[in-house]
Design a protein around this ligand. Structure first.
Ligand code: FPP
Length: 287
């Protein structure tokens, strides 16, 4: 990309497209997409691991294990199409508080082994890994591996894979409000001057665009305390498919569906605007 700032010409090298590495099934869907209108940020509520296992008379943990495989498939497809931001809801605050200790411990072990096993592939795919959530409350050995993986992939400039871990959107808002209040008190600023941008800036996602598309697997129509502020104008795509069966091709299907939507952000589309004739006074109901 060539950009001119005054006299200086700045060359910004975008990661080269790796669309040729998509499977033939993925390429068939990718060809239907408009590459200029890809979402910048896709966030996924990965759900249905337990039901996937239950349907096969397997233990729940095997559903999580298979779910970790899906994570890597989806991340690699995202990186091949140059998706800038992919955020996965991997472990909620509620999971931490309400699931049996054995399941929580298993998920922590799975996370560690996922990181250890996949950092090399992240690097091969130019993926940088990051985290949001109250991660300081996770076991220290998990935090160590998280930090190691973040540092080992910090040089990559392709897809940013953000794992939401010990994450809850309401607690994120509490943390943001507390940080904002501290900042305002430090500066002697008045609370009346607080803007939406100030709140966004203090969220864990302050450095990221809001998600354009939120995907939820397993057919549930809930947002489950995920990115509540950030998804104000997100398009939502729900698939019946359980997360362990979700692959890159299904991410591309979700993006194709997203591209068929019309985003209006509370406004009108161009046709509606041009159709708009003055409303005659006689249409107004006298009070
Ligand atoms: C929902 O399944 C999913 C989770 C509790 C967390 C997601 C975890 C993974 C995909 C596995 C590991 C992830 C990484 C990043 C290594 P559920 O147990 O709620 O399913 P159910 O609703 O069918 O019971």
């Amino acid at each position: 990309m060539l950009r001119s700032y005054g006299k200086a010409i700045v060359l910004r090298f975008l990661p080269t497209s790796r669309v040729a590495e998509l499977s033939s099934e993925e390429q068939a869907i990718y060809r239907q997409l408009d590459p200029a209108r890809l979402p910048q940020h896709v966030a996924i509520i990965m759900d249905g691991n337990g039901r996937w296992a239950g349907k096969r008379s397997l233990k729940r943990f095997l559903g999580h294990q298979q779910g970790a495989e899906s994570v890597q498939f989806v991340v690699e497809t995202a990186s091949r199409i140059n998706l800038p931001w992919l955020t996965l809801y991997a472990f909620s605050l509620e999971n931490n508080l309400r699931r049996p200790k054995t399941e929580v411990n298993f998920l922590m072990r799975l996370l560690r082994s996922y990181l250890v096993d996949n950092v090399e592939r992240m690097n091969d795919n130019n993926v940088r890994i990051a985290y949001i959530g109250r991660t300081h409350e996770l076991p220290s050995e998990v935090q160590e591996k998280m930090q190691w993986a973040a540092e080992a992939t910090a040089h990559n400039n392709g897809t940013v894979l953000t794992l939401a871990l010990n994450y809850g959107a309401r607690s994120e808002l509490v943390d943001a409000v507390q940080a904002l209040a501290r900042e305002a008190a430090g500066k002697g600023a008045t609370l009346e001057n607080i803007t939406e941008a100030d709140i966004s800036r203090h969220l864990y996602t302050g450095h990221m665009p809001d998600p354009d598309l939120v995907v939820r697997t397993s057919g549930e129509f809930r947002v489950s305390n995920f990115l509540l502020w950030q998804m104000a104008y997100s398009e939502i795509y729900v698939t019946e498919r359980f997360w362990p069966d979700f692959r890159g091709v299904h991410l591309l299907e979700a993006i194709a569906d997203y591209q068929r939507r019309e985003r209006r952000y509370g406004g009108l589309n161009k046709r509606q605007e041009s159709d708009e004739a003055p409303i005659p006074d006689s249409f107004l109901v006298p009070r």
